[in-house]
Design a protein around this ligand. Structure first.
Ligand code: UDP
Length: 387
């Protein structure tokens, strides 16, 4: 008899895993999705009035350093090469991001070459910090006080709702500092936007006779589910699975204010408003995601960040000290379960890029299939959470 698996959540993790499981073994997969659409926070759909493809939960740019992940995506939905251009609006002026030679020359009113700029920045950095332990220390060590305050302090405080020194240094490390004029926001060699949107990728992944997706179906508890699944893969919030027994893990949620105009609003996809007194973090103009299409009108979204409350859509896992302590306890609880595995951004409480989500879902399918082949049973399979 073929095995039956339940996957909770039809985002990237759940849909890649579903496809990999049915491709690798004789099994049926049911996916329960509590929202009324596929693709989780990567959900895209065309705006009815303008026809512009909108990233409904904020901008997502597919970028990866791995050709096999780029090819994997393309197998299900075509990606078009795309370069993400972001500007910072500070003190009524626009600067190119990530910080590069042009940003440095413009900000300091200089005409340095690459070598001079590298030496200049070296001088600005705070060398008393040897082992940066948080976002602020990482920034001060790398770029010094003036640049930190102009481009990072206010934005980060608005985005995360806390002092940057409470945040891990890893968040700051997401952004490169460059001494050439390259203003491609991403470092990775493969960067693109799906021609038909992210929802198309997920729709094609789950288009298989042995995958069934049920929308508007919420997973409540294992006891309530009780329908003979051999294994459950849970991509929802880890704390919700345990009914918040160890307290809530903190997240940021986002609110988008939409406006339709004619023409071009800001000339590029994203402008970050880095000053603390501007209440929103950034404005995204979605037609620039698809430069191969022309539109008379334009849609912009002002993005506001706040602390996620009960019932809000969860975006960024904060991973503050108190969260990490709770995470440790939840992780111990997950280790006691033999037939449930956790994956994805919410299931493992990590700030993950799409490429890592895809990769980890493929790896989880591989582990399950290997374990099944070795032991001839799936209940012994247990995927360890990554930190
Ligand atoms: N960041 C900042 N100023 C900027 C852009 C980013 O301070 O203009 C900080 C902020 O804390 C943000 C982090 O760098 O959360 C990572 O930025 P990224 O663009 O990767 O954030 P995402 O697009 O995932 O929201």
């Amino acid at each position: 008899m073929p095995y039956r698996f339940l996957i909770v959540g039809a985002g990237f993790s759940g849909s890649v895993l579903a496809r990999e499981l049915v491709s690798r073994m004789d099994c049926y997969v049911e996916i329960w999705e509590e929202r009324n659409h596929l693709a989780g926070n990567c959900f895209t759909s065309e705006d009815e009035e303008t026809g512009i493809m909108v990233h409904r939960y904020g901008p997502h740019i597919f970028n990866t350093d791995k050709k096999e992940i780029w090819d994997y995506f393309n197998r299900y939905s075509p990606l078009r090469p795309y370069v993400h251009h972001v500007k910072a609006f500070h003190n009524n002026r626009l600067y190119p991001l990530p910080i590069n030679l042009n940003t440095l020359n413009q900000f300091f009113g200089k005409e340095m070459n690459s070598r001079e700029a590298a030496l200049f920045l070296e001088d600005l950095g705070d060398h008393s910090i040897t082992q940066p332990e948080n976002f602020e220390e990482q920034a001060l060590k790398l770029i010094g006080k003036e640049l930190y305050e102009a481009f990072f302090y206010g934005y980060t405080k608005k985005q995360w709702g806390c002092e940057p020194r409470e945040l891990p240094a890893s968040i700051m490390k997401r952004l490169p500092i460059r001494f050439d004029t390259n203003d491609n926001y991403h470092l990775h060699p493969y960067t693109g936007i799906p021609e038909k949107g992210y929802t198309d990728f997920v729709k094609n992944l789950i288009d298989h006779p042995r995958i069934q997706v049920i929308l508007n179906r919420k997973f409540v508890s294992l006891e309530e589910t009780n329908s003979g699944f051999h294994h459950i893969f849970y991509t929802g919030p880890m704390d919700a699975y345990f009914n918040y027994a160890e307290g809530r893990l903190s997240y940021r949620t986002l609110r988008f204010e939409k406006e339709i105009r004619t023409g071009d609003f800001q000339g590029c996809t994203q402008v970050n408003y880095t000053d603390e007194m501007v209440p929103f973090t950034r404005i995204t103009e979605h037609k620039h995601f698809t430069p191969w299409k022309k539109f008379e009108q334009t849609i912009i979204f002002r993005e506001y960040s706040s602390e996620a409350m009960d019932g809000d859509v969860l975006y960024y896992p904060k991973r503050l000290k108190a969260d990490k302590e709770k995470l440790e306890k939840y992780t111990q609880l997950t280790e006691k379960l033999s037939n449930v595995s956790f994956l994805g951004r919410l299931g493992t409480y990590r700030y993950l890029d799409m490429q890592h989500v895809i990769q980890e879902a493929i790896e989880m399918a591989e582990s399950l299939v290997n374990s099944f082949t070795r032991n001839n049973e799936t209940s012994s399979f247990h995927a360890h959470l990554k930190n």
